[in-house]
Design a protein around this ligand. Structure first.
Ligand code: MRU
Length: 345
């Protein structure tokens, strides 16, 4: 089954799959400066919490190699400026902040001449990327353990894209899908379209097709009907930030999906690496929610689909309360939301 690598390091550049152009066009973008990386994250050429983390880690390396200071204190101050710029790109996914922090620590711990720092940051970015790939494979395999014993092959519904494109290459929720498919435990996937950016219909469906996994796309407002008709055995979604109490921020619409899953007795799981858990925040109310350009709502392609003079509100994420989540599938196993302390690093 083909994995997908949204971020790769090739010929002295970071190569990103341009996720804004899928599925019509598969194309890549070469990133050679930290500013280009910040723009790529902001404009969602690269998106999805772990993938943003990997991209930001490389962004820190690109920033380090741009710095001309040779004294330690001004070098580290200039690197902090790179971190500030990258942190401004997207506020919700904690993996961004986590990866930047790891790179700042790596720089601080590099002894001797500052010329050694860029190489150390490149190594760290590559390590973050390799770890994420292994982590998601473990998440996928643990996910198989929560599949109901009946039916033998389940229908799983997911929202947004928590796939190879959103990680280093295997996926969290889509990691569970990949592993379940490999084990013969998956009948098909329902992919929510995921308005307004349509990560479900554009990216998750594309990934499933690449992997030969049967996928049915529905618009977001069809999920309740599908559950009422008994068409969905379980829901698995990704997360952008999980707080210490098990509340989980994910793509807008996830909360509504959890509410209707509970109403229909359909188990609702979140799949995410431990790096997505923000133990510094007590509850989901503290998670910053990104608001994006309203054009994402009122324009489809070149066409305006809403009257002039209308107001818009475009939050990109919502928070699903822990009470609606049956389990959080991590690389260390599956935990009830109130058991997350067990995986605290
Ligand atoms: O705005 P996006 O496309 O970056 O949002 C992505 C999601 O909400 C994903 O579900 C989440 O990042 C998990 S990715 C493994």
């Amino acid at each position: 089954m083909r994995e997908i690598y949204p971020v790769t390091w090739q010929n002295n550049a970071v190569v990103l799959i341009d996720q804004t152009r899928l599925p019509e066009t598969y194309t890549t973008v070469n990133i050679t400066t930290s500013e280009q990386m910040a723009v790529a994250i902001k404009t969602m050429i690269v998106r999805g919490a772990p993938a943003i983390g990997v991209a930001a880690a490389y962004g820190m390396y690109l920033g380090a190699r741009e710095i001309t200071e040779r004294d330690r204190t001004p070098f580290l101050a200039a690197l902090e400026d790179v971190a500030i710029r990258l942190r401004q790109t997207r506020p919700t996914a904690v993996n961004l902040f986590w990866a930047i922090e790891r790179q700042l620590q790596a720089a601080n711990q590099t002894e001797g001449d500052v010329t050694a720092i860029p190489a150390r940051l490149l190594e760290t970015a590559q390590a973050i990327q390799a770890d994420d790939l292994r982590t998601c494979q473990a998440i996928g395999d643990h996910g198989v353990s929560i599949l109901p014993s009946e039916p033998q092959a389940v229908t799983l519904l997911t929202h947004c894209n928590a796939g190879g494109l959103a990680t280093a290459g295997y996926g969290t929720a889509v990691g569970v899908i990949r592993s379940a498919w490999r084990e013969g435990r998956l009948k098909q996937v329902f992919a929510d379209e995921t308005r307004p950016r349509c990560q479900g219909s554009k990216l998750t469906a594309w990934e499933c097709v690449q992997a030969g996994i049967p996928v049915t796309v529905i618009t977001d407002n069809m999920a309740a009907h599908c559950m009422q008709r008994g068409l969905v055995d379980l829901v698995v979604v990704g997360a952008d930030r999980i707080t210490a109490n098990g509340d989980a921020a994910n793509k807008i619409g996830t909360y509504g999906l959890a509410v209707i899953a509970q109403a229909h007795n359909v188990p609702f799981y979140v799949a995410a690496p431990v790096s997505t858990i923000d133990f510094k925040l007590a509850t989901g109310a503290e998670i910053p929610i990104e608001e994006r350009d309203p054009q994402e709502i009122y324009q489809v392609g070149e066409t305006r689909i809403c009257a002039e003079g209308v107001n818009f509100y475009n939050p990109a994420f919502d928070v699903t309360p822990a009470a609606l989540i049956k389990g959080i599938i991590t690389e260390h196993g599956v935990f009830a939301p109130d058991q997350l302390a067990q995986v605290k690093p």
